[in-house]
Every structure is written in C-alpha cells, then in structure tokens.
Design a binder for this molecule. Structure first.
Ligand SMILES: NC(=O)C1=CN([C@@H]2O[C@H](COP(=O)(O)OP(=O)(O)OC[C@H]3O[C@@H](n4cnc5c(N)ncnc54)[C@H](O)[C@@H]3O)[C@@H](O)[C@H]2O)C=CC1
Ligand SMILES: O=C(O)C(=O)COP(=O)(O)O
Length: 523
C-alpha cells in the first residue's frame, strides 16, 4: 500500500481522498531529524510552505515518488534535485489567488485606517480617535507590481473601491492591462513615484530579489503604504526598517518575511509595520481547493494518467521520451537564456536541425516554452500549460525545420522582443553546448551564472571586464570570445561562480566599447 505523509495542515476533504489512495500519516511540526527518520518508507510527501524539502530530506526519502505542494510556491522544495532523483513534484497554482487578493485588500485597508493599532489601543482601555485618523482608498493610486493571477484579482477589487490603478509587469501584454483599465508602466521606479499604495504580486527570483530597496523607497510619496503578500525577499527589509523608523513612508503591511517565522526581526518592533503570519492562502476555500487539486493530481499519477500540475520532468514515461529527454532539457535551458537576455519576448522561432527534424518535436517545444516562462512564473508553468500561457502572453511561437548539418543535431532559437537575439544549442559528450550566439560561432558549456557580453573587439576588453568582476570578488569559472573578424563586433561568454548585482552590470556597461550585457541565472 502507498504510504502518504502529510507534514503541514491540509484540508480534511483532501485527506478523505488521500485515504482512498493509501495509508495516510499526518505529522505536522516535525523537527528536521524527525522528518529524516519518517521519510524513509514514505512514497508520497505532502507539504505547504512550512516544510523544507532539501537534498538531505530527498536523499533520506529512498522510496519517495511524489512530493505534493498544497499551494503555489515550490521555493521550499529542491525541485532540481527531486527531478534528478526521479521524484515528481506537483502543486496547485490557481487555488488561492482570490484569497491572497482579499488578504491584500484587508492589509491595504488595515494600514490605511490603522485598524490593528486602533484595535490594540481600545483593548488597552484607551479611546484615541484623533491619533488614528486614516486615509480613504477612493481616488488614490494603487501601484500593482506583477499583473498575474493574484495581481489581476487585486486590480478588480481596488477598482470597486474607486482607486486608480497603475501596474508594472514587463512580461504581460498591454491588452491585459487595458482590459482591466490599468495603466501599464515601463519602469518600476516610475510606479514607486506615482503610487499612494504599492502592492507586490511577483515571484521571488534572482531578478526580483530586493526589487524594492532603498532607491525605490526613497522615490515613494511621504504617505505611501507598501504591501507584500507575495514573498519575503522582494523588499530589502533593512531599507524598509530604516524608512519606517524615520517615517519616510506611512506604513508597510507584510504577510511574508525574508526569514519565516520572523523571530527577532526588528521590523516587528515598529508601530507603522502591520503584519500577518503568511496567511494569504489560509482560508477554508483556498485550502479546500488546493488540497483537492493535489489529491486529484496524485490519484492521476498513481493511475498512470497525465497530471496537469506536474512541475518537473520525471512525470513523463521513459518509453515515450526516448532520445528526446536531453533535447527537452537543452531546450528548457535555451528558453531560460532567451527570456533573461530579452526581458520581453514577442516572437520565438524554434528551428530544429539535423536528425531532430525527424522527431516529434512537440515535447521539445513545450520544454523550451517552459524554460522561457520559468524565470518570470516559476512553478506556475509546466509542460502542459506552457503553450497556453505563451499564447495568453501574446508570444508568437513558430516551429521550423532545416536540414542544415553544420551543428549536427541542434536547436536554434531566433527571438524578438526588446531586441532580436539568436542562439544555437547542441549536446556534445552529454553536455549542453552553446554553438552560436547572435550569429557568432562559439563552443561553450553554460554553467551557474552566464554572462553574455556584446562588445567591439579591442585589445584589453577581457582584462577590463575581469578587473571589475575581480574587484567585487566574483570568480570567472570559464570564458570564451566569438567574433567574425579582428576589430569587429564580438561576443564574450563567461561562466561565473556567483550571481552579480545590478551595480556590477552597470560598471561593465560603462566600459568603452561594451555594447550590451546580459546576465543569466541557469536554473
Ligand atoms: N501570501 C501567500 O500565502 C501566497 C503568496 N503567493 C505568492 O504570490 C505571488 C504571485 O502569485 P501569482 O499571481 O499566482 O503568480 P503569477 O505567476 O500568476 O503572476 C506573477 C506575475 O509577475 C510577473 N513578473 C515576473 N517577474 C517580474 C518582474 N521582475 N517585474 C514585474 N513583474 C514580474 C509575471 O509576468 C506574472 O504576470 C508569488 O510570489 C506567489 O508565491 C501565492 C499564493 C499564496
Ligand atoms: O501557495 C503559496 O505559494 C503560499 O505562499 C501559501 O503558503 P501556505 O500553503 O499557506 O503555507
């Protein structure tokens, strides 16, 4: 009988379904040691955000086949390692959007009207009507950062309050914003300047980490309110603490923290900070939906059926994949690179070369689209929904085939968005190799953090880039230059051991003869 372990609270309706599938044990609040012990015989582990499923847990789970996340974010699960171990990861991305949007409105109102502070005051025997004068939402400007599932629900509710809504989401088609009656801005700093209230609804990625820092907070209005019901880490908590302490802005309302629970976090001592303990998805409705969705997904997987919310690869039967799997992984990596080089993608052409032209390439194209959308949507995108999401984001996808044999079995991507970008990737000795970038031939294995630097071929260019990286303590793992002729345009590919900050990128861009710098985190 299948053994199912549930380590975070999930809805009883879901437990009912799971009990029909196997032997269920519910053990919440386990210490890591306890979990390491229990996981040994478990086949299916069910978690929410309270359980960290790291390498050690996965290694200990010798019989683990499925990890189910009864919610959206899988940032507490080492999905790559699970994939490596052949463990399926499944989630429920749509279940809690309305609940999170409603909590966001709750926190906006609470901050605007000082509700938590006033509640504490009355309960302590005071009657301080003057102290707690608030502001109306009516007529105020709401700045929504991230116009995805939750952001869009927030817009609808804010409109009902008579708010004017502006948004920043470089990846969403402008028609989506137009249909919602939202003004879409091209610049986050502009939103920070204009908005009375700012609310965050983006995933936490290397690009969005600390997207609200000192610079953005300093641009905000004196009475601005900032709300975060997405992920801790989007706001630089040190900068926020300073701004709230100095009353640079009116208030912040947080459902999420960089470290949860936020023990000893100095923010908690501030009167103008209100907070909830990561309650966005904690409603009867969202939990019921999330629980039932993952229980149904598990049932499908156990029956050998296609499950829609599988986050990673191993769900696909080996016999169906054959030689395609490495090319799916290659395509996923190419997708990753393209989105991070271009930021906004309007059109992609996927050109299959060599003997790949004889294969059924549908799965490879899906893997490419999953990789393309992953840097902005994380676990919300999978092999099943990737083409639909690409379409909903107005990304025109074209597949074509060429008998050209120059690179053997390879995949070429020509993408258009902020600019045109092309890349060819192949597989040599079981390694992904970049064979061409923007028409320049190279032979480079991308690993860790990849920098693609376009420049004019002049003596000392490599040294100048290396010096700046060295100054910031960033190690170069490997590098290569591709050029057509000496003195002309060239491309430098560098693998770095660490991610690099916007400050370093800016410094490199300031070197004379550097044309463009793109830094890509390879997931
Ligand atoms: N507090 C809670 O309990 C919960 C929090 N969440 C969090 O809410 C957040 C949003 O979730 P969904 O709306 O479901 O995600 P979604 O994937 O539907 O939407 C995210 C949006 O962010 C945009 N985006 C990505 N990178 C961006 C950037 N650099 N700048 C601006 N926009 C960017 C994407 O284009 C997308 O439209 C996630 O962080 C999720 O983890 C989700 C559920 C519960
Ligand atoms: O689903 C998500 O991403 C959430 O942040 C909600 O987390 P939870 O299920 O409440 O632990």
């Amino acid at each position: 009988m299948v053994k199912i372990l549930i380590t975070d609270p999930i809805h009883e309706e879901a437990i009912k379904i799971l009990k029909e599938l196997g032997e269920v044990e519910i053990a919440t609040d386990l210490s890591k040691e306890e979990l390491l012990n229990k996981i040994k015989d478990v086949n299916i582990l069910i978690v929410r955000s309270g359980t960290y499923v790291d390498r050690e847990i996965i290694d200990a789970g010798k019989n683990l086949k499925i990890i189910a996340r009864a919610g959206v974010g899988v940032d507490n699960i080492d999905v790559d390692y699970a994939t490596e171990k052949g463990i399926i990861v499944v989630n429920a991305p749509d279940a809690s959007s309305i609940s999170v949007a409603e909590l966001t409105m709750g926190l906006i109102l609470a901050a605007a009207r000082n509700i938590p502070q006033a509640n504490n005051s009355v309960k302590s025997g005071k009657w301080e009507r003057k102290k707690f004068k608030g502001i109306e939402l009516y007529g105020k400007i709401l700045g929504v950062v991230g116009l995805g599932r939750i952001g869009q629900q927030v817009v609808k509710r804010a409109k009902a309050f008579g708010m004017e809504v502006i948004a920043y989401d470089p990846y969403i088609p402008k028609e989506v914003a137009e249909n919602l009656g939202v003004k879409l801005l091209n610049d986050l700093n502009e939103l920070c300047k204009m908005a009375d209230i700012i609310t965050l609804h983006v995933p936490l990625t290397p690009k969005t980490k600390h997207m609200i820092g000192e610079e953005q907070i300093n641009l905000m209005k004196k009475n601005a309110i900032i709300v975060n019901c997405a992920r801790g880490g989007l706001i630089d908590e040190k900068a926020l603490y300073k701004a709230l302490k100095e009353k640079r802005i009116k208030a912040a309302a947080l459902d999420v923290f960089e470290k949860e629970p936020p023990k000893d976090n100095p923010l908690l001592k501030l009167d103008n900070l209100i907070c909830t303990p990561h309650l966005g998805a904690s409603t009867e409705e969202a939990q019921k939906a999330a629980g039932i969705i993952i229980a149904e997904q598990i049932k499908k997987i156990l029956n050998g059926e296609l499950a829609e919310n599988v986050v990673n690869f191993p769900s696909l039967p080996k016999e169906k994949l054959g030689k395609l799997k490495p090319y799916m992984l290659l395509a996923e990596t190419l997708g990753n690179i393209v989105m991070q080089v271009l930021n906004r993608v309007d059109r992609v052409e996927i050109i299959y070369m060599g003997s790949l032209t004889k294969e059924n390439t549908d799965l490879i194209t899906r893997a490419f689209l999953k990789g393309l959308l992953y840097p902005i949507l994380l676990a919300g995108v999978n092999l099943i929904n990737a083409p639909i999401i690409a379409k909903s984001r107005n990304i025109n996808v074209i597949e074509s085939y060429t008998t050209e044999k120059k690179y053997g079995d390879a995949i070429k991507i020509i993408a258009e968005g902020d600019r045109r970008f092309s890349i060819v990737g192949g597989i040599i000795n079981n390694k992904f190799v970049i064979l061409e970038v923007d028409g320049y031939e190279v032979n480079f294995i991308p690993e860790g953090v990849l920098a693609i630097i376009k420049h004019i071929d002049r003596p000392g260019m490599i040294g100048k880039v290396g010096m700046i990286l060295g100054e910031y303590g960033i190690n170069i793992a490997s590098m290569q230059v591709g050029r057509r002729e000496p003195g002309g345009e060239a491309v430098m590919l560098i693998n770095l051991d660490h991610p690099i900050s916007e400050e370093v990128i800016k410094k490199i861009k300031e070197i004379p003869n550097i044309k463009d710098v793109a830094v890509i985190n390879l997931w």
